[in-house]
Design a protein around this ligand. Structure first.
Ligand code: FEO
Length: 403
């Protein structure tokens, strides 16, 4: 029989998830340079066992192999069929997509989820109502020496999300919250660049739900937690670092920093962008530059998490913005970063249009557009002076806010 790596993260709690080393895209949108994991956990009490979340469809047998390894393979003992509870903290298929398989393989198992999760389990995974137990804040399930407590934590990606907590071992299963997309390592210290990956993940997944995230962080801070076991990426055995980072990110605290996203066809916009970067750096503002023709969307999301300003550079193409700049502006609107200020740099050949469209796209985001420089053809010396003036003005706003 195949032997799996099934680490016991604390006594009686086993990681039974999957490392998806080869996945390179999430939601057909987000690049995953280091793959990801779908962490599922088996909690073994003296009397009962519970599976916390499942894995992405396609990995059911691997999940089963790990569960059987802990509970004993079918034929010799109960194996997966002995499961008493399957906790669904979140209904998205990367964690819940194997529920139909598990519920069939474990005929006496009850699915435990939030009120909204119960509806989703019936709709997406055809779990009969009779096999679902709805839980709310503070509800508990005893497994024998291990007590599962449920914590309301809605909108931490989808509306039905919740957390599960083991009262005795003080382990928090937070599903997407506190996660990171990397298949590398197992505990936080195994991945030296983990906080950059966690920030990128926060920007991609959690930033649009910052207000709900801030409430969840307060709840987490009010509990004694020894281990945070998310559903993507490494497990935090020293949770203070990730909780403090989330505290800052969900509060929308920004740095003396500007993100510059741009695209250029014949170097006119490029020249203005580079001049703007020089001014911002000279003014003591950190700059993160992304050329949209080669940029990684995840890196842009990461840098939006704590940038005070965004500089958008785009030429006019066919009477509007370059399509890559439209895409970037849409992302800014959708991800709802705490960024407060914007500047627009644009060039055109024979007729404008990009600036008007950029202003229309960025307007509803609440960003204050501090200024615009638009040139016809290559920028002149006077144009560079205008860019430098705008850069100083923008730096002044950034510094006033972050001082
Ligand atoms: Fe990892 Fe929202 O699922």
């Amino acid at each position: 029989m195949k032997t799996y790596n099934v680490p016991e993260i604390v006594m009686g709690v086993f990681w039974v998830g999957v490392k998806d080393w080869n996945r390179r895209l999430f939601d057909a949108l987000i690049p995953l340079p280091q793959g990801t994991t779908y962490n599922a956990y088996l909690v073994k009490g003296k009397d009962k066992t519970a599976l916390i979340d499942t894995v992405n469809p396609g990995f059911e047998r691997e999940l089963r192999g790990r569960i059987d390894q802990v509970l004993g393979p079918a034929g010799q003992s109960a194996g997966i069929s002995g499961l008493d509870y399957v906790v669904m903290n979140h209904a998205e298929p990367d964690h819940a997509g194997s529920i139909p398989y598990v519920m069939q393989a474990a005929p006496k198992a009850i699915l435990v989820t939030s009120e909204k999760g119960a509806k989703m389990a019936q709709t997406y995974y055809k779990v009969p109502e009779a096999r679902i137990r709805k839980v709310k804040e503070g509800d508990r399930i005893e497994l024998g020496g291990k007590t599962l407590e449920f914590i309301d934590a809605p909108w931490l990606h989808w509306p039905e999300t919740m957390f599960t907590y083991i009262v005795e071992e003080k382990v928090l299963f937070s599903c997407d919250f506190f996660g990171a997309h990397t298949a590398f390592g197992f505990y936080e210290d195994d991945v030296p660049e983990l906080m950059a990956f966690a920030k990128r993940y926060f920007g991609e997944i959690m930033m649009p739900f910052r207000n709900m995230g801030a409430k969840a962080v307060q709840k987490v801070k009010g509990k004694e937690i020894k281990v945070i076991a998310p559903s993507h990426g490494p497990i935090h055995k020293n949770p203070a670092k990730i909780v403090e980072a989330y505290s800052k990110w969900t509060a929308g605290q920004t740095e003396r920093k500007a993100i510059v996203v741009y695209v250029s066809m014949w170097n006119s916009t490029d020249a203005m962008v580079k001049a703007m970067v020089e001014t911002l750096l000279a003014e003591g503002v950190e700059v993160c530059l992304h050329n949209l023709s080669v940029a990684d969307v995840g890196d842009i999301a990461r840098d939006l998490v704590d940038s005070s300003a965004i500089v958008l550079g785009t030429p006019t193409v066919l009477a509007g913005m370059h399509p890559l700049a439209v895409y970037a502006s849409y992302l800014v609107k959708a991800l709802r970063p705490p960024t407060k200020y914007a500047a627009i740099l644009s060039s055109f050949g024979w007729g404008g249009g990009a600036v008007k469209q950029a202003s229309e796209l960025l307007g509803p985001t609440g960003l204050e557009v501090v200024g615009v420089v638009e040139v016809n053809g290559p920028p002149s010396e006077q144009d560079f002076e205008k860019v430098a003036g705008l850069g100083k003005q923008l730096a002044g706003k950034i510094k006033a806010q972050s001082s």
